[in-house]
Design a protein around this ligand. Structure first.
Ligand SMILES: Cc1cc2nc3c(=O)[nH]c(=O)nc-3n(C[C@H](O)[C@H](O)[C@H](O)COP(=O)(O)OP(=O)(O)OC[C@H]3O[C@@H](n4cnc5c(N)ncnc54)[C@H](O)[C@@H]3O)c2cc1C
Length: 477
């Protein structure tokens, strides 16, 4: 019997990995991709003489059996002599650099004795308090932070930074935003610093990276999808998902020559859930549409600044914790792979979080560049405007799912409502509204293909498995 025809929306890490595995399993697959290249947010772009990711996209190496399996599968796509890197991340706090993930003993010894004493006092009080008043079922990011770290350390290292990244007071953000940093209480940090304890799923120190940029992985998979007789259609955004009863039967997409459509037996979507809900015809129940409208995404401007010097720092990323900064993070692509940037130049990627409806989102590239340059000059690395070689500004409108308090009251009805269409299965960062990394999404791509092969394509079965999986993630596991 011939296998059912699968249409996949989006050729990012999740979509292309699913397509690759389904191709190996003999399924007829068509991937519809809005952009002119595969890789989604994990894509390498050319900026003049420089090759850059959307902030260097390194593949996390975790010491778990699942991670080892994924790494083994993807290694052949990483090209010649791939790089294994030791995590090189710093935070800039009160004019000093600290290792990230925060090695808090360093912070305690780095700040003034008075501040250090306050950190320890607050932490002891918080520990005592939480002993007598255990956490509520749903608490805010702020409550979580103060309970685990004490007020002073939380404000210093998480409070100010998180409000800037998420664009909301942390009292309005769910503690589930802490996901993989959930084990970051002072006791664990100290144990980890002393090398006594480290959770392999949440704590990792190494990355894997192809010398020519992360796109190599996804382009390699796309080539094998095509070699297997399947299609990846670029510049082909899905515009309508047509359902008959409780199944999707056709998908319409735009091309340079007009709208086209195709049949499908199974639809896999990596699109933002609100986008999928809004393109479904006939419309899904109003309650599902209303809940989907409550799921918000934080948007990102990426400002690339090339400098006429061979290197600025030794680091992959620098997090900017202090109030004086408007941008969140700076990264230096060359320190991840020297093969992507000319020898006598370096290029930085500076990230600025915004809401799409705030005026700054519509500001000119020149204005955004000036804002980033201003922050760069405050970082203490001695950058001057005269050494800027060139700049380039781009954006990601749906970069981060935002976990507002009680967001699950909206997310779960949307996931359940969408999967009432029995042959629809969602995955990936946007398809599950999960702030996860590429290794997770590649793993989910493989998992969904194996699931279809073993258990068939019942969306309701898939979503109940995913809700269990997400519960673990939200609990920091
Ligand atoms: C700044 C930044 C840095 C990051 N750094 C790292 C890192 O170092 N390591 C790491 O592991 N993870 C990192 N991540 C996370 C990583 O980017 C994501 O986990 C991953 O890209 C998600 O993959 P995905 O396939 O689920 O979604 P996406 O990558 O968003 O892919 C979705 C795809 O769907 C396409 N699409 C959208 N609408 C349509 C439509 N209507 N029709 C057809 N196609 C459509 C998009 O063009 C896109 O290609 C980072 C994320 C950001 C924002």
């Amino acid at each position: 019997m011939s296998k059912p025809k699968v249409v996949i929306l989006g050729a990012g890490p999740a979509g292309i990995s699913a397509a690759w595995r389904l191709t190996k399993l003999g399924y007829p697959v068509t991937v519809l991709e809005r952009d002119g290249a595969v890789g989604g947010m994990g894509r390498t772009i050319k900026v003049g003489d420089y090759s850059v990711d959307f902030g260097p996209h390194t593949f996390h190496i975790r010491a778990t059996p699942e991670s080892k399996k994924i790494l083994k599968t993807i290694t052949p796509f990483f090209g010649e002599d791939p790089l294994t890197l030791v995590r090189g991340t710093r935070v800039l706090l009160r004019g000093k650099e600290y290792v990230y993930p925060l090695e808090m003993l360093q912070v305690l010894f780095g700040v003034s004795p008075l501040l250090s004493a306050r950190i320890l006092f607050d932490y002891s009080m918080a520990t005592l308090k939480s002993f007598f008043a255990p956490a509520k079922k749903e608490d805010s990011f702020e409550e979580w932070g103060v309970r685990n770290l004490g007020r002073t350390l939380y404000d210093l290292c998480f409070g100010v930074y998180s409000e800037r990244v998420w664009g909301l007071p942390t009292s309005q953000i769910s503690s589930k935003q802490a996901q993989r940093v959930a084990k970051l209480n002072l006791k664990n940090i100290i144990l980890r610093t002393l090398g006594i304890k480290a959770d392999p799923a949440t704590y990792f120190t190494k990355y894997f990276y192809p010398r020519k940029g992360i796109s190599l992985l996804y382009e390699g998979m796309a080539r094998e999808v095509a070699a297997g007789g399947n299609k990846v259609l670029l510049n082909s955004p899905a515009v309508r998902v047509e359902r008959s009863g409780d199944k999707v039967s056709r998908v319409a997409y735009k091309t340079a020559t007009g709208e086209q459509s195709m049949d499908c037996d199974i639809l896999l979507s990596t699109l933002p859930l609100p986008a999928l809900v809004n393109m479904t015809s006939p419309a899904l129940p109003q309650a599902v549409i209303d809940h989907a409208a409550k799921l918000r995404y934080r948007s990102l401007k990426l400002i690339y600044i090339a400098l006429k010097r061979p290197q600025l720092t030794d680091y992959h990323w620098v997090y900017l914790l202090d109030e004086q900064f408007r941008v969140n993070r700076m990264s230096e692509q060359k320190n991840v792979s020297p093969d992507m940037v000319p020898k006598d130049r370096t290029i930085l990627c500076i990230e600025l979080s915004l809401w799409k409806d705030e005026p700054l989102w519509k500001a000119s590239d020149e204005e955004i560049y000036r804002l980033a340059l201003n922050d760069l000059m405050k970082m203490g690395y001695g950058v001057t405007e005269s050494e800027v070689d060139s700049y380039y500004v781009t954006d990601i409108p749906t970069a981060y799912p935002v976990y507002e308090l009680n967001f699950e009251d909206h997310l779960i009805p949307v996931l359940e409502g969408v999967h009432e269409m029995r042959n629809v299965m969602t995955l990936g960062r946007h398809g599950l509204f999960l702030n996860n990394s590429m290794d997770d999404n590649v793993g989910l791509g493989f998992q969904i293909a194996d699931h279809i092969e073993k258990k068939g394509a019942d969306g309701r079965v898939w979503v109940s498995e995913m809700l269990e999986f997400m519960k673990l993630r939200f609990a920091g596991k």
